[in-house]
Ligand binder design. Structure first.
Ligand SMILES: O=C(O)[C@H]1O[C@H](OP(=O)(O)OP(=O)(O)OC[C@H]2O[C@@H](n3ccc(=O)[nH]c3=O)[C@H](O)[C@@H]2O)[C@H](O)[C@@H](O)[C@H]1O
Length: 431
């Protein structure tokens, strides 16, 4: 049976010695014991804080290291050189998503005619980054410097505007792909919403403010059934999260135009294809599978209707981008304040002649001289729309946009590039 004394004392054997020297002594001992416990606890907390702080500083150092992947005298020199204008009346353009498909082609075209171009790209792995690096190689050869960084990095953007007074921003960085939005919705919010706002904030604060031309998408027409799609049509029924983020981008850019006087041009691209294209797109992945002898999946719409797209060749899109840059009026704000109204424009950049997906496959078969193994399935509810068809009269009127490459000719050029880049590994794994 434990004595009362035992009950009054802590039960852990060995922790405290039983003290029989009277209550006063016991109290003192207890007081001393709790002080030493507190002391031990204090020591423990100090050690914990110290290790936390040193861990923080390790992380900070890491961040500093990441941050220093840009910046410095040499880096600034490269940025300045790349931005240098070599023609009278030329522009200096910051191209976001410069190592992307459209970004590379637009950057090269601008550089070729003597404009200054600086690229920025985060080289993410949505598709094979080695293709992006190869595109960067092409850009480097022509003197276009591509900064490796994310448009969500406000400090990097501020630095770029600090180093160069860009006259224009060609904003092409985005999370593309209609169906991938179901797999990774956050990536669309990160790039197409948060990234866009970070970029607009940087442009708003820049002095002088640049004019902005950016990539919206034909997908904003969503479930619209009036054809051909006109900029006057309503675009409030997106069929995918991708489309919804592009539509949101149109609204967001409108507010920056309205509040801060930024000159904005949104381009609704219609299924752009061509050399150096995106491996996630149908024409590209079909080519790879056909060459490897693998089956391709062809979606079919309601009542067995073929899906159709207004496939638009990259060179036509580049002309549309440059036409937009050339005709973009100036931004009017400074110091983050609007000084007057600035242009807000939206244009369709399509081809005006939709082609069905089975026809696309037949053209590829002809160019590749290989028969495709077709797997025809009902279009899953994955954000796809049954058809797209652009009315381009607004772009034609504004800057003479006139696409000249039909799908047959454009795919021939794509296949030629594909075979030269990946090789003709007939039936075998291709890079
Ligand atoms: O204009 C745009 O704004 C968008 O264009 C592009 O989207 P889409 O028009 O959907 O092109 P893409 O994927 O090549 O599918 C083409 C067709 O093949 C069908 N398709 C596709 C894949 C497949 O395995 N099978 C199939 O039948 C498919 O159902 C479709 O009918 C860009 O990817 C997008 O980022 C955005 O820029």
């Amino acid at each position: 049976m434990p004595s009362l004394q035992d009950e009054l004392l802590p039960s852990t054997p060995g922790k405290f010695k039983i003290d029989n020297r009277g209550p006063h002594h016991r109290q003192l001992h207890r007081c001393f014991a709790s002080t030493s416990t507190m002391f031990l606890w204090a020591l423990f907390l100090i050690a914990l804080t110290a290790s936390y702080l040193s861990f923080q500083s390790f992380i900070d150092t890491g961040n500093r290291f990441i941050a220093t992947s840009w910046g410095g005298i040499q880096w600034e020199r490269q940025v300045r050189n790349s931005a240098q204008i070599h023609r009278s009346g030329g522009m200096s353009v910051l191209v976001t998503g410069a190592a992307g498909f459209v970004g590379t082609h637009v950057s090269l075209a601008l550089k070729k005619r003597g404009d200054g171009v600086v690229g920025i790209d985060n080289f993410n792995n949505y598709y094979d980054p080695s293709l992006k690096k190869a595109r960067r190689g092409e850009l480097q050869k022509q003197g276009v410097f591509v900064v490796e960084g994310d448009i969500n990095d406000a400090r990097l953007l501020a630095k770029l505007f600090d180093v160069v007074a860009f006259t224009h921003v060609m904003h092409l960085a985005a999370q593309a792909g209609v169906r991938y939005a179901m797999e990774n919705p956050n990536s669309y919010v990160h790039s197409n919403i948060a990234g866009l706002v970070t970029l607009l904030e940087a442009c708003k604060s820049a002095d002088p403010q640049p004019a902005i031309v950016w990539a919206s998408s034909s997908s904003v027409y969503g479930l619209n059934e009036k054809v051909p799609f006109s900029e006057m049509h309503q675009t409030d029924q997106p069929a995918s999260l991708y489309a919804a983020t592009k539509k949101a981008g149109e609204e967001i850019t409108h507010t920056y135009n309205h509040i801060y006087g930024l000159s904005i041009t949104g381009l609704r691209f219609f299924t752009v294809y061509g050399p150096w294209g995106r491996p996630d797109m149908a024409y590209f992945s079909f080519t790879r599978n056909i060459l490897q002898g693998k089956p391709i999946t062809i979606y079919r719409g309601k009542n067995r209707a073929d899906l159709a797209r207004d496939f638009t060749y990259i060179d036509d899109i580049v002309k549309g981008c440059i036409g937009s840059l050339d005709t973009a009026g100036k931004s009017t704000g400074s110091g983050g304040k609007k000084r007057g109204p600035a242009p807000y424009r939206i244009f369709n950049l399509g081809n005006t002649s939709p082609v069905t997906v089975p026809t696309l496959v037949r053209i590829l078969e002809r160019h590749l001289e290989v028969k495709a193994k077709r797997n025809i399935v009902e279009m899953p509810g994955n954000g796809d729309v049954p058809f797209t068809h652009a009315n381009i009269s607004l772009a034609r009127q504004e800057f003479g946009y006139k696409p000249t490459t039909d799908l047959q000719t454009g795919l021939k050029k794509f296949v030629k590039w594909y075979l030269s880049y990946y090789g003709y590994n007939h039936g075998k794994p291709v890079k």
